[in-house]
Design a protein. Structure first.
Lengths: 149, 297
C-alpha cells in the first residue's frame, strides 16, 4: 500500500516538476521575460539621463549586455505554436514576415553593439546613444507588437 | 387598406426624395470667403506634421514621408478605403486644386467635383482648423514632389458606396464649425486644445465609435479600436492617465517613451515620428490640454 502511495506521490512530483520546466521554457514566457528585462534596463538608463540617478558605467554596460542578449535570442522564440495565449502581444505579422522580423532584431543588436562603448563612457554619450537604440526598438514594435489594452 | 398603404408609400417617396436631395447638398467654401493671405510655409509644415497627412497619404512601404502618392488600404466596417494621391501632381494629385477647393475638402468634406468625401478623411476633426492654417498647409503641400498615378476607387458594398447618403451622416455628426478658444483657459491650453481637436485629430483613433462609424461624443478620448485591428487604442483621459504629468505627455510625443519606461507601439510610432518634429512648446501645450481631460462618467 505504501509502495503504491509512494509511486503515486513520486509520479505527481515528477509531473509537477516537468510542467514547471515546461512553463519555464514556454517561448511566450521567455520572450516576455526578455522584454521586461529590456524595459527595466531602459528605466535605469533613463533615470540617469534625467538626472534622477547618478551615472553608473557598470549599470549601463549591464543594460547593453542584456539588450544584446535579447537581440540574439529573440528570433528563436516564435515557433508556430506560440502565436496565441499567455496574453502575448506578438502580432500575426511576425510569422507572415519572419525574415523582416529577424532582420529588425538583428538591426536592434547592431544598434546596441555600436553604441555600447559610447554609452558607458559618459553621461553625454549615454544621452546620444539611447535614442538610437530606442529607434531600433520602435522599428520592430511598430508592426510586430500589439498595443496594451 | 393595401391601396392606402401603397399610396402613402409612394407619396412618402415622392416627398422624401427631394427632401433627401435638399438635405444632402454638399457644402462648399467659396473663394470669395478667402481674404488675401500670404502663406507661411513654416506653419504649413507644422500643420503637415501635427495633421499626420503622410501617415495615410504617403506611398506605402517606402520611407519618404513627402511622397504623398496615396495607395494605402484602410479596412473598415464599411469596406476598404484606398487613400488618394494628394501630391502636387496636377493631373493625379491636388496640384491643380484651388485654395477654396482645398479648404472645402478639409472643412466641409466636399470634393472639387462637388461630391461628399468619406469621413475616412477625418474632416470631423479638420473642420476645426482655421482657414489661415489650412491655406498654409495647402501651400506647403504644393512644395512637395509630384507623384504620378491615380489611386483606385474605394471598395465599399451597397449602400455605403452611395456618396450622397453621407449628406445625412454629416447632418448628424459634422457641424463645420471652427475651433473656438475658451476665454477661461490659458493661451497654452487653448493651443493644445486646438492642436488636439483640429489638425491632431487624436480623438479619431482614441475614441469609441457607434454603429454608423461616428465618435461617441460622451466617450471622446476614452480609447478605441486599433486601426490595424489588433489590440486597442488607449484611453488618454485622466480616467486612465491620472498619474501622468504634463511633462510625461510631452515626453511621449517627443520620444515615444511612457512614464513606466515603456515605448508606444503600433500606429502611435508613426504619430511620434511626426510629433517629435514639432516645437517643444506645441508638445507641452498638447500635454497641458490632455492633462485637463476629465474622466467621463
Amino acid at each position: 500500500m505504501w509502495n503504491k502511495a509512494a509511486v503515486v506521490l513520486i509520479g505527481l512530483g515528477m509531473a509537477l516538476g516537468v510542467s514547471a520546466v515546461v512553463a519555464q521554457t514556454s517561448p511566450i514566457a521567455a520572450r516576455k521575460a526578455l522584454m521586461k528585462a529590456n524595459n527595466d534596463n531602459a528605466r535605469v538608463a533613463i533615470q540617469m539621463m534625467r538626472g534622477q540617478a547618478p551615472f553608473d558605467a557598470a549599470k549601463v554596460d549591464a543594460a547593453f549586455v542584456q539588450w544584446a542578449d535579447t537581440a540574439q535570442k529573440l528570433p528563436g522564440l516564435f515557433p508556430e505554436n506560440s502565436k496565441t495565449g499567455e496574453e502575448t502581444r506578438a502580432t500575426p505579422k511576425i510569422w507572415a514576415n519572419k525574415s523582416d522580423f529577424d532582420s529588425k532584431a538583428a538591426a536592434f543588436g547592431k544598434a546596441v553593439a555600436e553604441n555600447r562603448d559610447k554609452a558607458k563612457a559618459s553621461l553625454d554619450g549615454l544621452k546620444a546613444a539611447i535614442p538610437v537604440v530606442g529607434k531600433a526598438c520602435d522599428n520592430c514594435h511598430e508592426d510586430y507588437r500589439a498595443p496594451k489594452q | 387598406m393595401l391601396r392606402k398603404v401603397v399610396i402613402f408609400a409612394v407619396l412618402a417617396a415622392i416627398v422624401s426624395a427631394p427632401a433627401f436631395w435638399f438635405l444632402t447638398i454638399p457644402a462648399t467654401i467659396p473663394a470669395s470667403a478667402l481674404a488675401p493671405h500670404t502663406p507661411d510655409l513654416a506653419n504649413g509644415r507644422t500643420m503637415f506634421l501635427i495633421g499626420g497627412c503622410a501617415s495615410c497619404h504617403a506611398v506605402p512601404k517606402q520611407k519618404d514621408e513627402k511622397r504623398l502618392g496615396g495607395g494605402l488600404a484602410l479596412n473598415s466596417p464599411f469596406g476598404v478605403f484606398y487613400v488618394p494621391n494628394i501630391s502636387s501632381d496636377t493631373k493625379d494629385g491636388i496640384g491643380g486644386w484651388s485654395e477654396a477647393q482645398f479648404v472645402t475638402a478639409m472643412v466641409k468634406g466636399t470634393s472639387p467635383s462637388g461630391e461628399h468625401l468619406y469621413p475616412a478623411l477625418p474632416y470631423t476633426s479638420y473642420q476645426r482648423m482655421r482657414l489661415d492654417d489650412l491655406r498654409d498647409l495647402f501651400a506647403y503641400l504644393k512644395t512637395l514632389p509630384p507623384v504620378a498615378g491615380k489611386v483606385r476607387d474605394h471598395d465599399l458594398p451597397f449602400p455605403f458606396n452611395i456618396r450622397r447618403t453621407l449628406g445625412l451622416w454629416k447632418l448628424l455628426f459634422h457641424d463645420g464649425k471652427t475651433f473656438k478658444p475658451d476665454p477661461a483657459q490659458s493661451v497654452q491650453w487653448n493651443r493644445g486644445a486646438y492642436l488636439v481637436n483640429g489638425p491632431g485629430h487624436c480623438a479619431e483613433c482614441h475614441s469609441p465609435r457607434n454603429a454608423l462609424g461616428a465618435i461617441v461624443a460622451g466617450k471622446r478620448f476614452t480609447g478605441g479600436q486599433s486601426p490595424t485591428g489588433q489590440g486597442g487604442v488607449p484611453n488618454i483621459t485622466q480616467g486612465k492617465l491620472h498619474d501622468w504629468t504634463v511633462a510625461d505627455f510631452a515626453e511621449v510625443l517627443d520620444t515615444g517613451m511612457t512614464p513606466d519606461s515603456d515605448r508606444v507601439g503600433g500606429p502611435m510610432v508613426e504619430v511620434v515620428r511626426n510629433t517629435s518634429q514639432l516645437s517643444a512648446g506645441d508638445r507641452e501645450a498638447i500635454g497641458v490640454f490632455l492633462k485637463s481631460l476629465p474622466a467621463p462618467n
